[in-house]
Design a protein around this ligand. Structure first.
Ligand code: SF4
Length: 428
């Protein structure tokens, strides 16, 4: 049995790079250091592997690539979506393809943290790496997120329990506060749980900013939280040495969306008049920050980019995938390493099932079930190497631990690009 060290897990945005994977031939026998989610990802890599097919009929990868190139080269307003669970070289190829066919290109951020990206674009972000949080943070606030279930090793690798340079006793040197609309399993790791009324995050955060500026509020509570509790939370934030506020989809996908995140970012900014406070989003997929980084590098924008006029246009609401599909504007779709059909609202999912859809994925999903063409690929981080960006924008190499009978996402996209290019040239 061969031991492979420093393996990276692409399941969630913590993007752990310290896994030990034991392999025999093309089978993974054991995984050490991973959480339950990461371990299941590696141990089940042979389950539900996608089968190459066109309109439900099993065929060769080559035939699927040819059919995909035909669909994309014929399309007038194609959409490319997904990309958060693949590696950066494949992401770069997807953008090249979008440019070639004049597509809209959008990522899974569109239905999770895009309001965070819009808020950061609007008011900026006081931020740092997870390494700094591990070594410096003595006060951690988790707002509208549930790391115990969604990012299991965040607490143990970077935030709550690890011993750091300025917090040598780990948890004993830290205070942890959870703010949410319900008590989740993450509350067990917290010293204090503050329950707020659903949909009142903007109100609570804005009230905190007012209190911080010395305003007196003539009410007893805001968002279900007594003013005395908000004052005591502010006092903790003002007097800590290094405060770190983390937010999740409780802010981005509830009423207020980017306004909630803007209020949190402005609160963190205001607190820097008293002490060091940073704020960072709890990003979901293992390389969702990678696609935002590569797309911004290539086009200037992190999601919802349209290339149909030969230059990048950015407009969430116009070029975001759910809107393009719900308005029935996209006439073909290429979904890469994502399950759009399972996650989109009904009107968007229905249109996806009506138009020619190509699914490039290592695994079967609801999207592969409705796709016209299914192209299975080697799973990034297991059977395909590359690069990923952790939730704090740190680039991390991604290893291959076992072989796959299928090509990588990057290879498939490269072959589609070659075929599309030749079809377009022949038509001129
Ligand atoms: S915390 Fe996330 S990245 Fe780390 S092992 Fe678990 S699922 Fe993988």
């Amino acid at each position: 049995m061969e031991k492979i060290s420093d393996v990276t897990c692409l399941f969630c945005g913590v993007t752990c790079d310290d896994l030990e994977v034991f392999v025999e031939g093309d089978t993974i026998k054991e995984v050490k250091n991973a959480c339950i989610l990461g371990k299941a990802t590696f141990m089940n890599h042979k389950a539900d592997v996608a089968i190459p097919r066109i309109k439900g009929k099993e065929t060769s990868i080559e035939a699927c690539i040819e059919a995909s190139a035909e669909i994309l080269s014929q399309s007038h307003f194609p959409l490319i979506y997904g990309l958060a669970s693949t590696e950066c070289n494949a992401q770069r190829k997807a953008i090249e393809l979008a440019d070639l066919i004049g597509a809209s290109i959008d990522t899974t951020s569109s239905v999770c943290h895009s309001p965070s990206l819009q808020a950061i674009q609007t008011v900026g972000d006081s931020t740092c790496t997870l390494g700094e949080i591990k070594n410096r943070a003595d006060l951690l606030v988790f707002w509208g997120c549930n790391p115990a279930e969604a990012h299991p090793r965040h607490f143990t690798r970077y935030s709550v329990t690890p011993k750091g340079y300025f917090v040598p006793r780990g948890k004993k040197d830290r205070q942890v506060i959870l703010v949410d609309v319900r008590k989740t399993p993450s509350a067990k790791a917290a010293d204090q749980f503050i329950q707020i009324r659903p949909g009142s995050d903007y109100e609570v955060l804005t009230a905190m900013r007012a209190l911080l500026k010395g305003e007196e509020l003539e009410v007893e509570e805001v968002g279900g939280v007594p003013i005395s509790t908000l004052k005591s939370l502010l006092e903790k934030l003002k007097t800590c040495k290094f405060g770190s506020i983390h937010w999740g989809m409780g802010l981005t996908m509830s009423r207020g969306k980017h306004m909630n995140v803007m209020a949190l970012l402005l609160l963190a900014r205001d607190l820097n008049r008293f002490t060091k406070v940073v704020a960072s989003p709890m990003r979901g997929h293992g390389n969702v920050v990678g696609i935002a980084t590569v797309l911004t590098w290539q086009t200037g924008y992190p999601f919802a980019v349209n290339l149909s006029r030969g230059f990048p246009q950015y407009n969430p609401g116009e070029f975001s995938s759910v809107d393009l599909l719900a308005r029935r504007e996209a006439d073909a779709a290429l979904i890469i390493a994502a399950d759009a059909f399972a996650n989109f609202p009904r009107a968007a999912a229905e249109h996806l099932s009506r138009i020619p859809t190509i699914a490039i994925d290592a695994k079967e999903s609801m999207t592969t079930k409705i796709a016209t063409v299914v192209i299975p690929t080697a799973q990034a981080g297991i059977s395909a190497p590359g690069l990923a960006y952790r939730m704090d924008h740190i680039p991390i190499p991604v290893k291959k631990v076992v072989d796959s009978p299928y090509p990588s996402d990057q290879e498939v996209l490269k072959r589609i690009i070659e075929k599309v290019r030749s079809k377009l040239q022949n038509r001129v």
